[in-house]
Design a protein around this ligand. Structure first.
Ligand code: PPE
Length: 313
């Protein structure tokens, strides 16, 4: 599945409320609360092929964020952290994937409608896995993605809970993404209500200036696990990394390099923002170094980052 619009997903066996069932049998009611009101929470995780079989990248941190998202929505996941982690490993094993994307989802089901979801606890839970290539396409990974500033602003924290990976939040992302693609770009750049840079529709943002790496920090952003990993990798490589607050668009226009991070996007260079070439107008050197190092870390080639891997076994 990619930006080409091919939306058919082959998820094989899906873990649904404790059972592994074929994709066709993992069904929900049209009366599910989450379908009407966006009251779901999810995660996006990747498993990578290593010399010792598939390994899940930062499983514990993703499961932790999944439970925090649920807590924010007062959605009760009727399983423990350990049970969800085990279910993720079981689903990968049942499908025989060497590498895959993993989508845990919990939602308020179909026991009542009306805005109040709470009579609906505990949640329904499923875990789907599928093969997912370059999030913004192969060309973006090699040459850099084109971004366009979205007319849709990233919602403030008193409108929607940006720290929760909640289904409803992604109406904002989807609107921004639809318009960015319609404008001929690969991805949207979302600003906050005051015009400061927030993030992409599904990625965090970084820029590089005079050899220093700046990780954009904003209270409205999802705290990215890839972002956290890339900061640690960059520091280990000897780079100075600073968190940058209240960054305006012109800072990005005049940066040497810009890149995005996310589980799906991994480390993706940005070559153009609002028709302006960034740096040389192609993938940046430091960006590509970080991308290579990240891909080696996730595939178990760097002993110092094996702490981030859970082997499926
Ligand atoms: N911000 C947003 C809004 C976001 O959705 C993501 C992940 C990130 C930042 C980066 O977070 P992390 O994956 O922990 O580094 N976006 C997920 C959903 C992509 C999708 O299209 O679906 C992802 O990358 O899995």
């Amino acid at each position: 599945m990619g930006k080409s619009g091919d939306t058919r997903i082959n998820a094989g066996k899906i873990w649904m409320n404790g059972q592994l069932v074929p994709q066709e049998e993992a069904r929900v009611s049209v009366l599910a609360h989450a379908l009407h009101y966006g009251t779901s929470v999810f995660e996006g995780i990747r498993a990578y092929e290593t010399s010792e079989g598939p390994a899940v990248f930062r499983l514990e941190e993703h499961v932790e964020r999944f439970f925090n998202s649920a807590k924010i929505l007062r959605l009760e996941i009727p399983y423990s952290h350990a049970e969800i982690s085990q279910a993720i490993l079981d689903t990968i094993r049942a499908n025989g994937w060497k590498a895959c994307y993993i989508r845990p989802l919990a939602w308020f089901g179909a026991t009542s409608l009306g805005v109040n979801p709470l009579p609906n606890n505990p949640a329904d839970v499923m875990i789907a896995t599928w093969e997912w290539g370059a999030y913004l396409g192969e060309e973006a990974v090699r040459k850099g993605a084109k971004l366009v500033t979205s007319s849709w602003r990233r919602f403030p924290g008193d409108v929607m809970p940006g720290k929760a990976k909640a289904g409803g939040n992604y109406v904002n992302s989807a609107l921004a993404k639809i318009d960015a693609l319609a404008a001929g770009a690969d991805e949207a750049l979302l600003l906050d209500k005051e015009g400061y840079v927030a993030e992409g529709s599904g990625e965090n943002l970084f820029y590089v200036k005079n050899g220093v790496i700046y990780a954009i920090e904003h209270s409205v952003n999802l705290p990215g696990i890839t972002r956290d990993s890339v900061i640690e990798i960059a520091e280990d490589l000897g780079f100075t990394v600073r968190e940058a607050y209240r960054v305006t668009r012109d800072v990005l226009f005049s940066a040497d390099e810009v890149f995005m991070t996310g589980t799906a996007a991994e480390v993706t260079p940005v070559s153009v923002i609002d028709s302006r070439p960034i740096g040389s107008g192609s993938a940046g050197e430091i960006t590509m170094k970080l991308r290579r190092e990240y891909l080696e870390a996730v595939t178990g080639k760097k002993p110092e980052y094996r702490k981030w891997l859970t082997f499926v076994g």
